[in-house]
Design a protein around this ligand. Structure first.
Ligand code: FAD
Length: 223
């Protein structure tokens, strides 16, 4: 059994380039391409967002790769418009095989500092893994084995959204009402987008009280 922390990686992007591309597309509406200057995108995008003219944000996209638990991706995949997913399949991945180091990976829960709760969680995950491996010895297929996997099971998720959908997803999923495990993963991404594309993401609210030391690690996708 392996216990891993959640993480988020993102495909390298140039925020200014994205905003300038959106500006160029948007100016088609007014045939004002001639008004483009080095920083004209700033005012244009701010005006579009204030007025709800947000479809222009659909011209650009960003991809992230998440290491998260099944509960997190169950919630994320509810987003249907402008979001695309490729998710590690528990129907095909048989964690009893060497390729997976003959073990199941679980995401460390946010209550790992609470010794009593964490001990119960860990004992339960170990018990599940023992059952999984025992059944695998009977040549059970991954299809059958997956019926024992809990929400804490780790999965790799590639998620691509257009910029409009990211704004929507992050508004819903970085709020205090969203599950803490999703906030843990997506707040670091929202903070990055606020820094790189303030004209678009500055107005997106988030749970500012979420403990900073618990936020997921964020980095660029390598390779
Ligand atoms: C805090 C929280 C709690 C939740 N609890 C539950 C729960 O208990 N049970 C549950 O089943 N779900 C729950 N959900 C999921 C929620 O109802 C949505 O399914 C999910 O957030 C996806 O958002 P969305 O519908 O905006 O989809 P997106 O695909 O992100 O859609 C983006 C926007 O496109 C438009 N749109 C998309 N599809 C349609 C459509 N078919 N018709 C018209 N307009 C459309 C809407 O304006 C929508 O906001 C919860 C979500 C949150 C954030």
């Amino acid at each position: 059994m392996q216990v891993v922390k959640p993480k988020i990686e993102y495909e390298k992007f140039d925020g200014v380039k994205i905003m300038k591309n959106i500006e160029r597309a948007c100016r088609t509406c007014y045939r004002s391409e001639g008004s483009i200057t080095e920083d004209s995108y700033k005012k244009l995008l701010t005006n579009c967002i204030t007025r709800g003219h947000e479809s222009v944000l659909e011209h650009e996209k960003i991809t992230v790769r998440l290491t998260c638990d099944i509960g997190v991706y169950k919630d994320l995949t509810r987003h249907r418009a402008g979001a695309s997913f490729s998710i590690e399949s528990t129907r095909y991945c048989n964690y009893s095989k060497d390729k997976y180091t003959n073990s199941i990976k679980f995401i460390e829960p946010l209550y790992s500092d609470d010794k009593e709760k964490y001990a119960i969680w860990k004992k339960t995950m170990q018990h599940i893994e023992d059952g999984y491996m025992e059944m695998a010895k009977l040549d059970a297929a991954a299809d059958e084995l997956r019926m024992m996997l809990p929400h804490s099971t780790a999965a790799e998720v590639t998620m691509t959204c257009n910029i409009r959908e990211w704004k929507h997803v992050l508004t819903l999923r970085c709020s205090k009402h969203a599950h803490p495990a999703i906030r843990q993963l997506l707040i670091p991404f929202l903070l990055l987008l606020k820094e790189k594309m303030p004209e678009i993401f500055d107005s997106v609210p988030y749970d500012e009280d979420f403990p900073k030391e618990k936020l997921a690690k964020i980095s660029v996708i390598r390779g």
